[in-house]
Ligand binder design. Sequence first.
Ligand SMILES: C[S@@+](CC[C@H](N)C(=O)[O-])C[C@H]1O[C@@H](n2cnc3c(N)ncnc32)[C@H](O)[C@@H]1O
Length: 219
Amino acid sequence: MLRQTEPELMLDPAQVEAYALADFSIPHNRFVELLQQRVSAESFCGLALDLGCGPGDIAARFVKAFQHASLHAVDGSLPMLSFAAHHLPADVLGRIEFIHAKLPRISLPCPDYDLIFSNSLLHHLPEPQALWRVIKDYSRPGTQVAVMDLVRPASQMAASELVEHYSADEPAILKHDFYHSLLAAFTLEEIEEQLKQARLNLNIELVSDRHVFISGLVA
Ligand SMILES: C[S@@+](CC[C@H](N)C(=O)[O-])C[C@H]1O[C@@H](n2cnc3c(N)ncnc32)[C@H](O)[C@@H]1O
């Protein structure tokens, strides 16, 4: 099945609310667990960057798990950042600097980061090098990278089956977005090609029936 892109930024207030209120605890906890398998939460005291942070659920889980870390979190959608600002607890907000910017043209307060992570951003990008370019621009040798995203299923039928299996009881808008996100996602082979083009030597692994995890150290 060919890729079908979806709108890049999530700007519609109804879409933002449905996404922000959905229960992503299983994939988001899994993301933080996978991160902890690569970076010690006890000893990490560096600066991390979350690209495409949305309403900040993973950012919040990250600062709770990594008690000594600081975090910059970027999104191109003001409604998403506003949701984060109004719904995250004050102690979490105090640990995160939210930045409104759209990849790839961003100007961040720090020249490089110790850890760069991103969940569910890649499939939104019409041009995937936007993500890999920003990771290259804001890393240095030794920066740890962790990117999780959906994998494009083989057919529209397979995408519909995943939507029914994982979000049967969710609001229609969320099911619609999930289906179109699956159609917009990349295959493992496409991601491999993107990394080759970006000259990023990262590991690509399938971590569920719908998620790929891309990780490693910048050389
Ligand atoms: C599916 S959400 C993921 C949010 C969050 N990372 C999570 O896992 O819950 C994708 C987010 O990426 C943002 N986004 C899409 N394209 C972007 C770009 N070029 N620059 C910055 N943010 C972008 C959208 O606005 C949206 O908030």
